[in-house]
Write a protein that binds this ligand. Structure first.
Ligand code: OSB
Ligand code: MG
Length: 374
């Protein structure tokens, strides 16, 4: 049983080491809402909301998440008792539409609290068996395809198991061709359109089939299963859905319609751990591989992603890059690292997330805070 006494919110600002451009916008720094949940016995649990500063990936933003947490979501958990963390998402979701990233931040903190209470590493509580997980890198759009190729080569040299290239209309075939020639035939390459294409682009996108890509991620809009289905019908490269899959039923639709053959699971996008596991399980049942996506998380969000990615149907490398890919200095210690073989270790030695949060550093980076207590 978990009983939440108090939840503290903070917004921190953390500059990215390099700007990250996707089809719909660019990030130079992250504004991140962190959440610290405390139970009546004094245990604490940190989590992070993956909403960005602008609504270009989904409609959520850090300001909207802040409002929805304080106004609608946190009142549903502070002072409340939950027999298991699986009860938290339904309590947050009843008659409140959307706000999945805000809900996820609360729900994930509750899972970590439950893991600490049961004195289990989170990965173990979730049923994850792997001791390390393979990682890929997601490369933003650059002015010059040659620069993307240089970064892709460097990533392969560092050991990354997958290199994902962000693409956009007018920034696709040439980039992919340049990178493929530069990294060679054996490197695992993928592309991600972040919903930037329309029905008129079908013929053009079908040409990506020539580059032996591991997958083509979310070229069309989040609600557009039909175009994804039409593309999948024409190409042998698997289509992977990201933005579309906001709940288990959308993964079910994808499978039933053959609108894609791989799912990117991001706990932040789907509302947390319980729904991520549900999507994982239904994909496993249908023999559809999944992988864990990233949202440029700090070391806190990464810990949840790594624990989740230790489940057996996470069969493809996740976007789980080490801390130094994103930050001059992370807000956890030790920082996340990757082995020469492109693997990230799953913490299994202590209860919960298995990372220490650097409170002093968070204090320095905090620009606002708020508390919900009962
Ligand atoms: O589509 O996966 C995406 C970052 C922001 C918004 C959308 C996406 C991404 C990434 C980041 O690809 C991957 C990472 O965290 O390393
Ligand atoms: Mg994506």
């Amino acid at each position: 049983m978990i009983q939440v006494r108090e939840v503290r919110l903070r917004e921190i600002r953390l500059p990215l080491r390099e700007p990250f451009r996707i089809s719909s916008g660019v990030a130079h720094e992250r504004r991140i809402c962190l959440l610290e949940m405390e139970d009546v016995e004094g245990r604490t649990s940190w989590s992070e909301c993956v909403a960005g500063s602008t609504p270009n990936y989904t409609s959520e933003t850090v300001d909207i998440a802040w409002l929805s947490l304080l106004e609608w979501l946190l009142p549903r958990v502070v002072g409340e008792k939950f027999d298991s963390p699986g009860e938290v998402f339904p309590a947050l979701h009843r008659n409140i539409r959307g706000h999945l990233m805000a809900k996820a931040a609360v729900e994930m903190a509750a899972w970590n609290l439950a893991a600490k209470k049961r004195e289990l590493p989170l990965a173990e509580l979730l049923g994850g068996s792997e001791s390390e997980v393979p990682t890929g890198i997601s490369l933003g759009i650059e002015e010059d395809p040659g620069e993307t190729a240089r970064k892709a080569r460097e990533a392969v040299r560092e050991g990354y198991r997958k290199v994902k290239l962000k693409i956009a209309p007018g920034r696709d075939l040439e980039t992919v061709r340049t990178v493929r020639e530069s990294v060679g035939r054996d490197a695992e390459l993928a592309v991600d359109g972040n919903a930037a294409y329309t029905a008129d682009d079908l013929d053009h996108l079908a040409r990506l089939d020539d580059f032996s890509l591991l997958m083509i991620e979310q070229p069309f809009g989040a609600g557009d299963l039909l175009q994804h289905r039409k593309l999948q019908e024409r190409i042998s490269t698997p289509v992977c859905l990201d933005e579309t899959v906001i709940e288990p039923d959308r993964a079910r639709d994808m499978i039933a319609l053959d609108a894609g053959r791989i799912v990117n699971i991001k706990p932040g996008r789907v509302g947390g751990i319980s729904r991520s596991v549900a999507i994982h399980d239904l994909c496993a049942e249908a023999d559809v591989p999944v992988w864990c996506g990233g949202m440029l998380e700090t070391g806190i969000g990464r810990a949840y992603n790594v624990a989740l990615a230790s489940l057996p149907n996470f069969r493809l490398p996740g976007d789980l890059s080490p801390s130094r890919r994103y930050w001059e200095r992370d807000i956890v210690s030790p920082e996340w690292t990757m082995s020469d073989g492109g693997m990230v270790a799953v913490p299994r030695d202590e209860p919960g997330l298995g990372i220490a949060v650097d409170r002093g550093r968070i204090e320095e980076l905090t620009v606002r805070s708020a508390t919900a207590a009962f």
